[in-house]
Design a protein. Structure first.
Length: 184
């Protein structure tokens, strides 16, 4: 009859190996959990300033577009520095400066794609400045420019939401900004 005799050291060696494997598995799980927690905290820490600067930018865009729609028809905008402090253009200048300041703040917290989305303001803003230079403001001109500005908000907002891992919102109708139909 053959009997198998295991060496005296086999049982403790097997137990030691299984213990080491258990420790390695526990460490891997702990590292993965810690990495996930750290990533979640980093995301939250970085997302808060991004949300704040994005809201500042969107608010500045809205304020600027609202001001544009309130311009008096027939007023000639002097799109350079105002000569007098009480010149209404100061308000225009302050509103557009607020948008540019918000873009500058975004450069500190946002990704390059979000910064590019925010900088799209410069094109309609420059175009309006060129078109309004020394020319009386018309209803069509101010509402078209305001619509251009409002049309920047939804894509930027959705880019920020996507960056934060949120679903995009549906487009909001801006029919209240449409220029009135010409009278016959």
């Amino acid at each position: 009859m053959a009997t198998s005799i295991t060496p005296w050291w086999a049982t403790p060696a097997l137990a030691g190996m299984l213990a080491l494997i258990g420790v390695a598995i526990a460490q891997a799980i702990a590292l993965r959990t810690e990495r996930r927690r750290r990533d979640r905290e980093d995301h939250h820490r970085l997302a808060t300033p991004l949300r704040e600067t994005s809201l500042k930018y969107i608010s500045a865009l809205g304020s600027y577009a609202t001001y544009i729609t309130s311009l008096n028809v027939g007023r000639v905008l002097i799109t350079m520095q105002p000569a007098k402090v009480d010149d209404p253009f100061c308000v225009y200048s302050e509103r557009s400066r607020a948008v540019h300041d918000a873009i500058a703040d975004l450069t500190l917290t946002a990704t390059s794609s979000l910064i590019a989305a925010a900088e799209r303001f410069n094109e309609p803003w420059s175009e309006f400045n060129r078109a309004a230079q020394g020319v009386p403001v018309t209803e069509q001109m101010k509402y078209a420019h305001a619509d251009d500005i409002y049309n920047l908000i939804a894509p930027f907002r959705n880019a920020v939401r996507s960056h934060l891992g949120l679903d995009a919102l549906s487009e909001v109708s801006r029919s209240s900004l449409a220029a009135p139909a010409p009278e016959a």
